[in-house]
Each structure stands twice: as structure tokens, then as C-alpha cells.
Design a protein around this ligand. Sequence first.
Ligand SMILES: C[S@@+](CC[C@H](N)C(=O)[O-])C[C@H]1O[C@@H](n2cnc3c(N)ncnc32)[C@H](O)[C@@H]1O
Length: 214
Amino acid sequence: MIESSLDATRTAYDAIAVLYADLFRNALDEAPLDRAIIGAFADLVRPGGGQVADLGCGPGPNTAYLNSLGVPAFGIDLSPTMIELARKEFPDLRFEEGSMTALDLADGAVGGVLAWYSIIHLPPEELPAVFAEFGRVLAPGGHLLLGFFTTDDEAPHPTEPFDHKVTTAYRLSIDHVADLARGAGLVEVARMRREPGENERFLHGRLLVRRPAE
Ligand SMILES: C[S@@+](CC[C@H](N)C(=O)[O-])C[C@H]1O[C@@H](n2cnc3c(N)ncnc32)[C@H](O)[C@@H]1O
């Protein structure tokens, strides 16, 4: 099940990678609230040092933004075409092919994880294992920042995908994502709900959590 889902996501993003990179290259320029929470994440992870993993980095704009803020971030993505584009656009940064379902990272290897609109494509039943993987690779005291499409619906456990333009995707309630993080031993730090911008359909959720210091 998970392998066929990952294959479908990989194939879909490979096919639109060039268009995606062109469309979203400057997305943060138009989104002051997103810059604010990514900036706060950068402020929190920088003092602890260590690397930050941008999981589902796409063509790498957020990896580059974090580096511009002094955070040594690298990117991992399922799509080899996304990784190729990221390496071409940001030749000084590190980008690797991989899946957040099974990261090639040691326990406690990173001081931070950014997962910006990349958990949305996972089958909902896979999410607890993926959050356990986030918790495994985070160093004690490390932070995880998630961005995703959210909803006001009462149903906390989404089972129906929405008609995402690239491939199967789910909206997730912020409470549900917070529960998933708690289940992986992570502690909530902050949450944000942003209204849809011009030409956007859905609410946006952001959740910042951390692994407790030992
Ligand atoms: C909507 S794009 C977001 C890209 C980037 N984070 C951004 O905000 O521009 C989703 C990205 O997540 C990647 N992705 C989806 N599932 C993944 C997984 N299991 N592991 C790693 N990357 C994944 C896709 O290949 C795609 O590049």
C-alpha cells in the first residue's frame, strides 16, 4: 500500500517538477505569515546548531530560505526530478532523494525538521509511523515545523482525499496533527491557522513542536 502510494506521488511530482518550480519559486515573498513562522523556527533551531532537514523539499526554495537565515539546512525529496532541479538551482546546498517514511538519517541526527506541504500526500494510516520517524531523527530539544492544508470540519481523521492538482492529498485538522506529534513524544510549541490567500481554496495549518530535551 505505502509503496504504491509513494510510487504514484513520485511519478506525479516528477511530471510537473519544472512547472512547480516556476510557480512556487517565490511563494514565500507573497506570504509574510509563512515567513514569520519559518523565521521563528529558524531562530529556535539556530542556537542549538546542527543540521536541519527539509523533508519533501521539492525544488528547494525553503531549504535555500533557511540557509539564507543562517540555518544549515539540506533537502530530501521523493522525486528525483525535484532533486535534480534543486541541485541545479542551489548548487551549494545538499539535496538527496529519499522518503520521510524511512529516512536514511541516524537517530537524533538533526536539530530541526521542516515538512512543508509534504505530509499531505501520505495515506492517513501511515502518518503515525512518519511522525515516529520525525521523532527518531530529531535531536533532544530539536524542533519540527509542519505546513499543511487544514479544515474546520469536525472529522479529525480525514479519510477522503481532495482534488489536489498533482496527486492524492488530504486536508488535516490542526488538532489531529498535534495528536500525531504527541503520539510520537513531541510537545506542542505553537500553531497557526491562516485564511486562504487570493486564488487559494483552503485554510492553511502550521504546527510547531519540539522533542523534549533529555
Ligand atoms: C506540495 S510539494 C511541497 C514542496 C516544498 N516543500 C514547497 O513547499 O515548495 C510536496 C513535495 O513533497 C514530496 N513528497 C511527498 N511525499 C514524500 C515522501 N514520502 N518523502 C519525501 N518527499 C515527499 C513531493 O515529491 C513534493 O516535492
